[in-house]
Design a binder for this molecule. Structure first.
Ligand code: LAC
Ligand code: ZN
Length: 479
């Protein structure tokens, strides 16, 4: 469906008048960077890009789109991996970029809270909190590009979830524009508030389908003054999870990251970054990157070194970083592997979860299923195993054409999700549903849950104008 030009012209004229010049982008050259996500998997030219500077301006944009029945897709840093923020091909969707709504409205160190606008880059918000001796704990590779509104809309995860929770656990208040154009403003950073339904929870993780986030009140934590990082080699994923169970007890609440890598992943990192030497003297089937941190005056290094020494039945070798620079280098194996796993081409991504106790069985069975079904492909597993969340990705053989890669994606998804189902896990622990996981999501959802979700969507957005076709089928779509 493409939009008839009188309707398009009416919208553009109305938006131009409401927003002023420079706020509305319409040329091919200007639209290019808003038309493709970071993964390269999704692209679509929007009808135009509106860049409001205030929540009031955004209310106006939404009201005008509503009048003309034009769908809206909010966009942040385009680092989401499920196709949520890119306009659908040939669907005449207006992208609303939050990039100019990027102020840090306030930081209250004594209340351990801050209020940030949706377009603020995560790293900028983290730095501002740090300058006041506080930690905004959302942490992951894309933090230099992703924006706060997207973090909330997707309930972003990351490497510190096991200590601080998902984004949802850090949100105290929200301000957003509803599909009918009204502003819902609840930014009060109270720690406890039990008045009626906790409405903000409906919007966190709703992926742009129920409203557009304009500002967020976050809970902050003490900025750690001591951080200890270790990379250890182990004989198996099973041993890695036994180590995790012990670390939970022996490191208490000081454990802030527990990431799994396999030897294949370390090899990918070293191929991509020839300056990275093998991390340990020998090669191991599994590696764990673990981090403990605190702001308290305790000997954290003694605790971590003591813990690893007492676990010498599991830990075959390991290194504890002697400096922040060395710790950053240990994290580089993880980051370089993530960045280069696809060798610059397309690859199949998952972000599944199972019970922590089922994780070794999941990795073994899912890797075996992928190898049996796609012997030429390379399965790579890594991730936040302290949360039971693993990224089991599948890299196509080099030279495979696009149709072959499409077929591989289908086969890989079937093979991996079948094991997730057997273990009663989640096909999306972290990245959300968007468009990428919609079919798999809808084919597994129970009737009551689907009815509740559809009822909610229809009551808040009866004309289906907010990110249609993401999570749930669009009402205009043949299913
Ligand atoms: C990670 C992101 C991709 O864990 O979820 O690296
Ligand atoms: Zn992840």
């Amino acid at each position: 469906m493409s939009l008839a030009s009188p309707k398009r012209a009416a919208l553009l004229a109305a938006l131009e008048a409401a927003l002023g010049s420079g706020a509305l982008l319409t040329s091919d050259a200007d639209l290019a960077i808003y038309s493709r996500d970071w993964s390269g998997e999704y692209s679509g030219r929007p009808l135009a890009v509106a860049r409001p500077r205030s929540a009031a301006e955004l209310c106006d944009v939404v009201a005008k789109c509503r009048g003309l029945r034009i769908p809206i897709v909010p966009q942040g840093g385009l680092t989401g991996l499920v196709g949520g923020a890119v306009a659908r091909q040939n669907e005449a969707e207006l992208v609303v970029s939050l990039e100019r709504l990027d102020a840090i409205r306030n930081i209250d160190p004594d209340n351990y809270s801050m209020v940030v606008e949706a377009g603020c880059v995560l790293e900028t918000a983290k730095r501002a909190a740090e300058a006041q001796d506080r930690l905004l704990p959302i942490t992951f590779g894309a933090q230099g590009s992703c924006r706060i509104g997207g973090n909330v809309a997707t309930n972003a995860g990351g490497v510190n979830v096991l200590r601080y929770g998902m984004t949802r656990d850090l949100v105290l208040g929200l301000e957003l524009v509803l599909p009918d154009g009204r502003l819902w403003s609840h930014l009060s950073p109270l720690r406890k508030d039990n008045r009626g339904y906790d409405l903000k929870q409906l919007f966190i993780g709703s992926e742009g389908t129920l409203g557009v986030v304009t500002a967020v009140a976050f809970k902050l934590y003490p900025l750690p003054t001591r951080v200890e990082t270790a990379l250890v080699g182990l004989s198996s994923v099973m041993d890695a999870m036994s180590l995790f169970a012990r670390a939970r007890r022996d490191c208490g609440d000081l454990l802030s990251a527990f990431e799994l890598l396999l030897q294949e992943g370390v090899d990918i990192a070293m191929r991509a970054r020839p300056d990275l030497a093998p991390p340990l003297a020998a090669r191991y089937p599994a590696y764990v990157l673990m981090e403990a941190s605190t702001s308290a005056a305790i000997d954290l290094k003694e605790m971590l070194v003591g813990f690893l020494a007492s676990s010498d039945d599991l830990v075959r070798d390991g290194v504890v970083a002697a400096s922040r620079a060395q710790a950053d280098r240990l994290w580089l194996y993880r980051e370089a592997m993530v960045e280069h796993q696809g060798r610059g081409g397309r690859y199949f991504r998952t972000d599944v979860s199972v019970r922590i106790s089922d994780l070794p069985a999941f990795v073994e069975r899912a890797m075996a299923a992928v190898r049996a079904r796609l012997p030429e492909a390379l399965p790579v597993a890594y991730g936040h195993v302290g949360d039971g969340n693993v990224h089991l990705n599948v890299i196509p053989p080099e030279g495979l054409d696009n149709a072959g890669v499409d077929a591989l994606f289908v086969a890989a998804e079937e093979a991996i999700f079948e094991i997730v189902d057997q273990l009663d896990g989640s096909i999306s622990a972290e990245h959300g549903i968007g468009r990428a996981k919609r079919k798999a999501f809808l084919s597994r959802i129970d009737a009551v849950t689907l009815d509740l979700m559809t009822t909610l969507k229809r009551s808040l957005d009866p004309a289906d104008l907010m990110s249609p076709g993401r999570i749930l089928p669009s009402s205009r779509e043949a299913i």
